[in-house]
Write a protein that binds this ligand. Structure first.
Ligand code: ZN
Length: 68
């Protein structure tokens, strides 16, 4: 499950919360209790345990590229 970062529009606090895809409602700010929180999609981090989701790390130019 992805962890989204939220920013409070009232006090400016940022907090993280586990969210389901179907969870459309923004959570209330844990600091001031305001519901004017916005989801920061850009800060979406996939901390799903890190069970080898990285594969095929190809560094360098692909074979066949004639750059000389
Ligand atoms: Zn707040």
């Amino acid at each position: 499950m992805p962890i989204y970062e939220f920013a409070c529009g009232n006090c400016g606090a940022t907090f993280e919360k586990l969210c389901r895809l179907s969870d459309a409602a923004a959570p209330a700010c844990p600091k001031c209790g305001s519901s004017e929180t916005t989801k920061k999609f850009s800060e979406c981090v996939a901390r799903s345990g890190g069970s080898g989701a990285k594969g095929g790390e190809s560094s360098g130019p692909p074979p066949g590229s004639k750059f000389t």
